[in-house]
Design a protein around this ligand. Structure first.
Ligand code: DGP
Length: 113
């Protein structure tokens, strides 16, 4: 399987502004921020899309959400932030290594675009 951009960031082959790391995931600032705070939480396991996760990944998926909440709190935005997972190109996914966007620091409309 071709190494994804995010796998290269995890392996420190390309640089990123890393804000958190543990055994199962890495979080770093998005290079094209869509909000004052825009951080990606990426599992080290290279699942291409959310739909590729199975029951075996349930702990990992829960962990990503807990980490995202902790990072939002750490960034001072525990009261208002948005989490986004784009699944598939037509939903806006451009990097096919599962990731959760944390967006904060501005108002967010609903429904989303
Ligand atoms: P998505 O479109 O949901 O697949 O999100 C991919 C995000 O990855 C997008 O918001 C921009 C970000 N991104 C792309 N290349 C890089 C990079 O080299 N470094 C960092 N930090 N973020 C990147």
């Amino acid at each position: 399987m071709t190494e994804t951009l995010f796998k290269k960031i995890i392996d420190r082959k390309i640089p990123a502004d890393i804000v958190y790391e543990d055994d199962d995931c890495l979080a770093f600032r998005d290079i094209h921020p869509q909000a004052p705070v825009h951080i990606l939480v990426v599992p080290k396991k290279p699942l291409p899309k959310l739909v590729d996760a199975t029951d075996a990944d349930s702990t990992l998926l829960g962990h990503l959400l807990l980490v995202a909440g902790n990072i939002a709190r750490q960034e001072g935005h525990e009261d208002a932030f948005r989490l986004v997972i784009n699944n598939g190109a037509d939903a806006g996914q451009s990097v096919f290594h599962l990731h959760c966007h944390i967006l904060a620091g501005r108002p967010f409309g609903w429904p989303p675009g």
